[in-house]
Ligand binder design. Structure first.
Ligand SMILES: NC(=O)c1ccc[n+]([C@@H]2O[C@H](COP(=O)([O-])OP(=O)(O)OC[C@H]3O[C@@H](n4cnc5c(N)ncnc54)[C@H](OP(=O)(O)O)[C@@H]3O)[C@@H](O)[C@H]2O)c1
Length: 332
């Protein structure tokens, strides 16, 4: 089958079109013929080497954490999805940038009436957004929420979910002034340039601060997030886009000022509570299909354009979701 992978870590150009054996579903797994593969920042990190060196078939790793497509075969004992059914799946072991992918049924759900292109951007992003907001972040009705990297895949999904689950106000930060104009389109009350968001947040909240900060950036941005927390406010850390390894928290600051720091990692949830991923994925697919969660259609590009798509993600030049189209579904 055709796939896109890399055999050494590096820049976007290490991604190549390759031929690898079509995987076979193990017991409890399904084989999915991929229609679309969602592109996530985590795949940039995978390619750069932040998850280790490639060690897959032929020395290649095939990235890709989320897909939509059609169930092509079932491994022994696999229950739930049926052959021929259109599904969306989170792939904890990667492999989505390919014509076929295998995954445990725990992480597969029917797309229902949601178009396959839309569904491809859901299985990693929405469980993450639900997990960060509601499990780690303990979102309460009436909360004011601040979302860093607000225009990205997870950020833009989290804004919609926060609103649907009763947040009173939803603010976000972005890297450039031009992106602040996306606020209404992405469902924010306002977007601030990240460089000087602290003053903007204080002004927008009349000095009170926010109840919940979603922070995949880290470094000085995380310290600033802690400074703009209202009493009992929470910062949820779920990424390190700023690549600032020296970050440490001052426990006395948390204690003396009624602050909380929480963490979220979808890989750990997949290992230790797989049902949570399935539940969040089902909830997202049905809320998107019913219109309870507004949805901005993804940017659909040919899978052969994967190198350029990675360049754009790495440079922060995307907003919302981008999905790669595979065989039989247009551009691939
Ligand atoms: N912990 C988990 O389980 C989990 C799961 C999924 C994703 N994540 C994390 O969530 C974050 C967002 O993922 P995503 O797939 O939504 O990303 P995405 O769609 O590629 O968007 C990422 C955005 O982050 C912003 N950004 C901030 N600092 C950046 C930097 N130093 N380099 C590049 N971009 C930077 C950029 O926009 P602006 O600069 O304009 O804001 C960029 O558009 C990533 O850190 C990812 O690792 C974590």
């Amino acid at each position: 089958m055709r796939a896109y992978g890399f055999k050494s870590n590096g820049g976007p150009e290490v991604l190549e079109e390759i031929q690898v054996p079509t995987p076979r579903p193990a017991p409890g797994q399904v084989l999915i013929e991929v229609a679309y593969a969602g592109v996530n920042f985590a795949e940039v990190q995978h390619r750069r080497g932040e998850f280790g060196e490639p060690d897959g078939p032929g020395g290649y790793d095939v990235p890709g954490l989320e897909v939509s497509g059609t169930v092509a075969a079932l491994g022994s004992g696999a229950t739930g999805p049926a052959v021929g059914e259109q599904v969306a799946a989170y792939l904890p072991a990667f492999g989505g940038y390919a014509e076929f992918a295998v995954v445990d049924t725990d992480f597969v759900r029917p797309v229902g009436v949601l178009p396959l292109a839309h569904a491809a951007g859901v299985p990693c992003v929405y469980p993450t957004a639900y997990g960060v907001l509601t499990e780690a972040g303990r979102l309460h009705e009436g909360d004011t929420v601040l979302i860093h990297a607000a225009a990205g895949g997870v950020g833009s999904a989290a804004a919609r979910i926060a609103r649907a689950r009763g947040a009173a106000r939803v603010f976000g930060t972005v890297g450039s002034a031009t992106k602040t104009q996306l606020a209404a389109e992405l469902g924010y009350d306002a977007l601030f340039v990240r460089e000087d968001f602290e003053d903007a947040v204080r002004e927008a909240t009349a000095g009170r601060g926010v109840d919940l900060v979603l922070d995949p950036v880290g470094g000085p941005v995380r310290h600033a997030g802690l400074r703009v927390l209202a009493p009992f406010g929470r910062v949820v850390t779920y990424g390190d886009l700023g690549r600032d390894a020296d970050w440490t928290a001052d426990v006395w600051d948390l204690w003396k000022n009624n602050k909380t720091i929480a963490g979220y990692n979808i890989g750990d949830v997949a290992r230790r509570s797989p049902a949570t991923i399935g539940e969040h994925l089902s909830r997202a697919l049905s809320a998107l299909a019913s219109g309870e969660l507004p949805y901005t259609p993804p940017t659909v590009v040919a899978s052969s354009d994967v190198v350029e798509v990675h360049r754009r993600h790495e440079a922060g030049r995307t907003h919302g979701k981008t999905v790669l189209a595979f065989t039989g579904h247009g551009a691939g």
